[in-house]
Design a protein around this ligand. Sequence first.
Ligand code: SF4
Length: 504
Amino acid sequence: MPAPAPIRLSKSKFVTGVQCLKRLYYQVCKPELAEQPDESLVARLEQGNEVGLLAQSRFPGGVFVGTEQGLEGALAQPHCLLDDSSVPAIFEATFQHQGVLVRVDILQRRPGNRWRLIEVKSSVDVKEYHLYDVAIQTHVLVGCGLDLSSSCLMHLNRDYVYDGRQYDPAELFTIRNLTRQIWKLGAEVPKLLKSERKALALEHPPDIAPGRHCSEPVPCEFYDCCNPPVPEHHISFLPRLSDKKKAELLDQGITLIQEIPEGFSLTENQLRVWTSVKTGRLWVSNDLARELSRLKYPIYFMDFETLYPAIPRFAGMRPYSHIPFQWSVHRQMSAGSGLEHFEFLAEDEKDPRRAFLDSLSDVLAKRGLIVAYNAAFESQRLSDLAHWMPECAEKIARIQARLWDLWPFVKKHVYHPQFQGSFSLKAVLPALAPGFSYEGMEVSHGDEAGLAWDHMVRGDLDFVVRQRMKSALLAYCRQDTMAMATVIERLKALAQARGGAGEI
Ligand code: SF4
């Protein structure tokens, strides 16, 4: 009886199996258990396609191999092209060897009928898992009889600066020769393939415990299958709890913060969380009132939203430069006075940087504290603007000098059991000010805001949808600055309610 055909694997399945055999098993045998791809994953895929097309433009005369004729057609076509010496490069050619199927981003013809294998990535450097991606392709191409001169990875060049007119693919990309690393890895590939096929032949998923590999190098779409949600106040919510301490607690059967016995060695921050959870009450530092009294009015609560595309969009930008497209500011002139709101949102795909900065500096005027949550982000975006518009650098430096970060202040002075180990505004706001939250908002995360804006200004949307997106973006950014003002007010009330450190 002939031996059964080996289980067919693709390049991406092979790489999945390197990350986790159980993930590979689920992808092949239980795909229905996967989480649905979210908008950010879809956007990343679209971005990858855009990067791939630009990479191809570096090889003029290259021929693209489609898949319209099915697998057999796709497998046959590269061979005609390989023999045609007038073809300098082949894009997306499909090859198969011993049941492993790969589509090669770029095959560049080299002298002596040799070939350079090029895998294209949207990253700005080589990551370890990319090596396996190139290694499996090398394995298949060599198995198919191609004479490879080198195996390379082509990624975006982080130092490339777009001139605003035309992309120069020779500068936009860096090609790294990985031949030596790939040959070293070569012996591992057949062993990895063997273990992947063995795992796929099982009746049940392989017994693999969850761990760091569930989110690295890429988040696993079956995360929820293996990682049941941890209960409220799980010990993993203790800030910076070392693996050793965690294991020590788990060994003693302790999974919840409130079960940790008094006297167990914890850091000051961990102790604060322990106290708050154990008593079920808010913890407030001794210094809160004194430090709050240092805040002088007027106060501007400020927040930026940005998009950071792989391919730079405007002159002076590099891959993944942030495009600042929206800001919100709430101004409070004196303690206890009302808040005034100001905002900016770029509504078309033109370069928004100048309008962003001019409108912002008008509102911020010349004096007053500027409060941001994780102010390093806003400060870095202002530095970007100073770099692009050196004539505004002094004005920008004066704005930066007025920045004050509410995030470390909250970390230092308050903890509520409902924070659940997080100091993000989304966790802090509803705990300190019940009734305020981000729940139900159409845009509720920074990355979502970036994607929504991109869609709004570049998508083919009708007027109604565009208006809805605009409202959602404005509401989200406004909520962030409103939240900061609310947190400060709430902290002031707490400081007044008690004199010293402890629970409230
Ligand atoms: S969640 Fe983790 S253990 Fe489970 S399949 Fe994914 S990577 Fe593997």
